[in-house]
Design a protein around this ligand. Structure first.
Ligand code: NAD
Length: 338
C-alpha cells in the first residue's frame, strides 16, 4: 500500500514536494491545501491533486470561483498518513497540535525551529534519526547545501573549523514583493543562525557564518573556508564529493561563471520547473592552502530541500531502511545527477 501524503501549504516548496511525491511508486498525494483560489489552486486541481482549504471560512471563496474543493484541512488529516507542512516559516508551529490530535505524522520545513520537531533531517547525513519519528524538520535550503559538502569532508578528512559567508538571494523569483533592486543587506545579528542550524545535523562541527542579502532571486552563493585536520590535495576533496549524492560539479572554464549560467543549465537539462536539486560546487574554484580549504557553492533555494522531504517520508514511515537506496530511488525519479 502506498503512503498517503498531504501537503499543507501549496507554495514554492509545497508544490515542488507534491510533484516529487507524485513521481514515487511508494507514496501518493492525497490532497493539498490552499488558502485562496489563486492560479496555483487551478493548477493543483489540473495536476490531479485534490484541493482542500486550510480553514472552513475559505470554502465560499473557492466555490465563488467555481473551484471544486474536497473539504478542509481537518478532512484531509482524516485520510493521510503524513502531512508535509510547507506553510510560511513560523506558521507550522500552530499546526503541530492539530496533526498530533489527528494521529498523523508531519514534516516541517527549515523556517521552523529545530525544537518544534526534535529531529532535523538530511538524507545523507542522518537518515536513520527520523526512523519511525512522528515529527521531523527538513533543514533550510542553506543548511541543506552546507551539510551536503561539509558532512562528507568531516567524516572522511576531519574538519577543525569552518567559516562561511552566505550571499543570500533577496527573494524567490515568484515573490512579487521582491527584494530591493539596489541594496546589499548584511545580517547584523552575528554570527548568523546558519552555523547553529548545521549543528542540528552535524553536532560536533565548529562552524560560524555571516550572511548578506543580495538583489538576486536565482540562487544563494556560499563562500566557505574550512580548516581541515590534515593537509590533502584538491583531488582528494573532489573525490570525496564525487562519491556522495546531490553534489554537482560545475566549471568556470566551461562557462559556468555564475548562478545565472547554472540556472540556465538546469533548464537545458530539462529539469522540472528549471530546478537544480543538487548543490553546485565550482570544481575549478577549490583551493587548498596548507590545511585550509577554500571553495564556493551555489544553492537553488526553491528545490534543494525537495528530495530530502521524500527521503524523510521513507524514514519516518519505515518503508526503506537503507538511506543509500532511498536516495537512489528519489534521485532516479527526479532526474538528479543525470
Ligand atoms: P510560500 O509563501 O511560497 O508558500 C507557503 C504556502 O502556504 C502558500 O501557498 C500560502 O498560501 C500557504 N499558507 C499561508 N498561510 C497558511 C496557513 N495558515 N495555513 C495553510 N497554508 C498557509 O513559502 P515557501 O517559500 O514555500 O516556504 C515554506 C517553508 O519552507 C518555510 O518554512 C520556509 O522557510 C521553507 N523553505 C523555503 C525556501 C525558499 O527559498 N522558498 C527554501 C527552503 C525552505
Amino acid at each position: 500500500m502506498k503512503v498517503r501524503v498531504g501537503i499543507n501549504g501549496y507554495g514554492t516548496i509545497g508544490k515542488r514536494v507534491a510533484s516529487a511525491v507524485a513521481a514515487q511508486d511508494d507514496m501518493e498525494v492525497i490532497g493539498v491545501t490552499k488558502t485562496r483560489p489563486s492560479y496555483e489552486a487551478y493548477l493543483a486541481s489540473a495536476s490531479g491533486f485534490p484541493l482542500y482549504t486550510a480553514s472552513s471560512e475559505q470554502v465560499a471563496n473557492f466555490e465563488k470561483e467555481g473551484i471544486e474543493i474536497k473539504g478542509t484541512l481537518d478532512d484531509l488529516m482524516d485520510v493521510v498518513d503524513i502531512m508535509i507542512d510547507a506553510t510560511p516559516g513560523g506558521v507550522g508551529e500552530a499546526y503541530l497540535p492539530r496533526y498530533q490530535k489527528a494521529g498523523i505524522k508531519a514534516i516541517f520545513q527549515g523556517g521552523e525551529r529545530h525544537e518544534l520537531a526534535g529531529v532535523s533531517f538530511n538524507a545523507y547525513a542522518n537518515y536513520s534519526d527520523a526512523w519511525g519519528a512522528d515529527f521531523a524538520r527538513v533543514v533550510s535550503c542553506n543548511t541543506t547545501g552546507l551539510v551536503r559538502t561539509l558532512f562528507p569532508l568531516d567524516r572522511d578528512i576531519g574538519i577543525e573549523r569552518v567559516s562561511a559567508t552566505l550571499v543570500r538571494r533577496g527573494a524567490d523569483p515568484s515573490d512579487n514583493k521582491g527584494s530591493a533592486l539596489n541594496n546589499l543587506e548584511p545580517s547584523l545579528k552575528l554570527p548568523t543562525h546558519h552555523g547553529p542550524d548545521v549543528k542540528t545535523i552535524i553536532p560536533g562541527i565548529n562552524i560560524t557564518t555571516m550572511a548578506v542579502k543580495s538583489p538576486t532571486t536565482l540562487m544563494h552563493l556560499h563562500c566557505i573556508m574550512a580548516d581541515l585536520e590534515k593537509e590533502v590535495k584538491e583531488e582528494d576533496i573532489l573525490a570525496t564529493w564525487e562519491a556522495v549524492p546531490r553534489v554537482k560539479f560545475v566549471s568556470g572554464k566551461q562557462g559556468m561563471k555564475g548562478t545565472a549560467n547554472i540556472m540556465e543549465m538546469a533548464k537545458d537539462l530539462e529539469r522540472q520547473r528549471g530546478d537544480l536539486m543538487e548543490v553546485a560546487v565550482w570544481q575549478d574554484g577549490i583551493k587548498m592552502v596548507g590545511k585550509t580549504l577554500y571553495y564556493y557553492q551555489a544553492v537553488h533555494q526553491e528545490s534543494d530541500v525537495v528530495p530530502e522531504n521524500i527521503d524523510c517520508i521513507r524514514s519516518m514511515m519505515e518503508i526503506e531502511c537503507d538511506p543509500a537506496r532511498s536516495i537512489k530511488i528519489t534521485d532516479n525519479s527526479l532526474g538528479i545527477n543525470e
